[in-house]
Design a protein around this ligand. Structure first.
Ligand code: PPS
Length: 575
């Protein structure tokens, strides 16, 4: 028998409202729409499938205030995190949002109508108070405080929802279970005790040992219940993580453990989040819940200190144990004992016994350099999966972004470099010369500041896509403006794949030389005013202040310059 849901009744709105689905769909044609944000979408999925029972919608002001101040809904039920639907003043006006309005809530990915909200109130939250009460400090170093300040709109709309359908997922569909489905699954397997394990990270041997230990202690089965909604920015993407979990599952004794994905938008609220996680796991039918060290902690605050104490989460869950009715299995950090080849909680290590650990930072470093990751730390299949997503630097793509005046030697260097990198092999090499891009991608653009900016951003977009696929990209536009180069750098670092390898090379050949040696006479035309807004003549070239490399063909030969770029790549572990 699964654990009863929080509040006693599973609020599976999808099942409850299935019989009126057609009427609701009809009604959406007559209503205004709110297209949900990614976070609201995650929240709605768990509201409608009962993961957030006893919630039946987004919180009204009364519930919200009580949750923020007392971790309770207005009716007194324990609920530690505000689940709110934020809208702007303009939304309120344009969508005519007021008490009694019905609104269609739509999936931002495919525009499908997922639910209808009946507005009970519209209110302006005190975000500063929310930040300090819920997250412990109004400190933007906390990702949810930053989110609250920068992304959350100024008003909240409270009200119950009627479910039309669950969001459609295309990834790992077979691993996604609603609370009702998971409960049915446990029943089918005759699992009476289920210890749930929450994670937003890849799992290694320590996690397998910890969960098996928990199962042994409580004579229970294990539910691996990782979050695949929104986690902390910078986390390993969920595609990679799920492949890791899939690689790990066969390491459990047959029939001991089950993997199910949770579409939760985490808030990284530490202790409050742990209580929330416990409630959610209870709704999914678990009887036990593992709370480890620094559960759902967001890391350091702006003073460089941890936001929460390492065991604050365990303490808060303990405080509410009588209401939670899901047993916490507290855990200390696990550590490896080489002498006996086993894992053990740090507080149980016998005196004088040697221990081994690999920190997250060290693991990332080893993945980056391709250095070995020992068997005692992880499993071959897990490491292989991670290495696929985090190729060592030798296999990562990169972008060499060469900026400089017309006829500065940019194109000659870029072509020579293309040949050198092709000779080296190992990566596909893409050359994006200014003139090629102008002909193939930006044919309709001119040379106004706006058009030049657009042109450079298109180059950045293509470079990032190629680099993410592992290519060596040589981009060589004039790119005369600092802000354009900066934006290009950001795009490539964020979207250019593992490493986000971007190098700015300033071809700093002096204008006089560029002009003197310009056989095609373009500078001469510009001087005569036949070409307007020409870089270096009557349009600015803003010199990069801190390029990764500055070269000049009046001081070095092209082979020397190419060699200095090769050395730059080598120094960065890319060749
Ligand atoms: S930008 O500013 O980065 O968008 O310029 P880019 O696309 O690299 O310029 C490509 C070539 O266009 C020729 N051209 C001009 N350059 C600068 N200013 C003006 N007004 C202009 N009009 C045409 C220029 O010769 C560039 O050629 P390369 O050989 O790439 O330097």
């Amino acid at each position: 028998m699964s654990n009863p849901p929080h509040g006693g009744v599973l609020k599976d709105l999808l099942v409850r409202d299935a019989h009126i689905q057609q009427e609701l769909i009809q009604e959406t044609n007559t209503l205004n729409d709110i297209v949900l944000t990614e976070r609201q979408l995650c929240d709605l999925e768990l509201i409608t499938n009962g993961g957030f029972s006893p919630l039946e919608g987004f919180m009204t002001e009364k519930d919200y205030k009580n949750v923020v101040d007392n971790l309770r809904l207005a009716d007194g039920s324990l609920f530690p995190i505000p689940i709110t639907l934020d809208v702007s003043e303009e939304d309120i006006r344009v969508l005519d949002i007021k008490v009694g309005t019905r609104l269609t809530l739509r999936d931002p990915r495919d525009d499908v109508a997922l639910a209808i909200l009946s507005v009970e109130d519209v209110y302006r939250p005190d975000k500063t108070h929310e930040a300090s009460s819920v997250f412990g400090a109004d400190d933007p170093a906390h990702p949810s405080v930053a989110y609250l300040r920068n992304k959350v709109k100024d008003y909240y709309v409270g009200g119950k929802v009627q479910a039309i359908q669950a969001p459609t997922h295309f990834d790992y569909v077979a691993l996604r279970f609603t609370p009702a489905e998971l409960r049915a699954h446990f029943k089918k397997l005759a699992w009476r005790k289920v210890v749930a394990f929450q994670t937003r990270n890849p799992m290694h041997r320590a996690h397998r040992e910890l969960t098996v230990r928990a199962a042994r202690q409580r004579q229970a089965n294990v539910l691996i219940h990782p979050v695949v909604g929104l986690t902390k920015p910078g986390d390993v993407d969920h595609y990679t993580r799920v492949r890791v979990y899939q690689a790990l599952m066969p390491k459990y004794p047959n029939g001991m453990a089950h993997l199910a994905l949770l579409p939760l938008a985490m808030r990284m609220a530490g202790p409050r989040e742990a209580v929330w996680h416990a409630i959610i796991r209870k709704n999914f039918g678990a009887t036990h819940f593992i709370v480890g060290r620094d559960h759902a902690g967001p890391g350091k605050n702006s003073q460089g200190k941890d936001f929460y104490g390492p065991y604050d989460a365990q303490e808060l869950v303990t405080k509410y144990r009588d209401e939670l009715l899901i047993d916490m299995v507290p855990f200390q950090q696990m550590t490896y004992l080489p002498s006996t080849d086993e894992y053990c909680p740090v507080d149980e290590v016998p005196a004088g016994v040697q221990t081994l650990d690999i920190s997250g930072t060290e693991l990332r470093k080893r993945l980056k350099t391709g250095a070995p990751i020992p068997d005692w730390f992880s499993y071959e299949a897990v490491v292989a999966t991670l290495r696929e997503s985090y190729p060592p630097r030798l296999k990562q793509g990169f972008v060499l972004f060469m900026t400089g005046l017309h006829n500065s030697g940019r194109n000659r260097i870029a072509r020579a470099l293309q040949v050198t990198l092709n000779q080296q092999g190992g990566r596909s090499v893409s050359l994006l010369l200014g003139e090629t891009v102008r002909a193939e991608l930006s044919a309709e653009l001119g040379f106004s500041p706006e058009d030049r900016h657009k042109n450079v951003q298109r180059i950045a977009f293509v470079s990032a896509e190629l680099s993410r696929a592992g290519a060596a990209v040589i981009a060589a536009p004039i790119a005369p403006y600092t802000h354009s180069r900066k934006a290009a750098q950001e795009t490539i670092q964020q979207h250019g794949g593992a490493g986000g390898n971007f190098f700015l090379i300033h071809v700093a050949t002096p204008l006089a030389y560029c002009e003197e040696t310009d056989r095609k006479g373009i500078y001469a035309s510009a001087r005569r005013g036949e070409i307007k807004g020409f870089t270096g003549i009557d349009d600015v070239y803003e010199e990069p202040e801190k390029p990764d490399l500055r070269v000049d063909i009046t001081k070095q030969t092209v082979p020397e310059i190419v060699h200095s770029i090769v050395l730059l790549l080598e120094t960065n572990g890319l060749l």
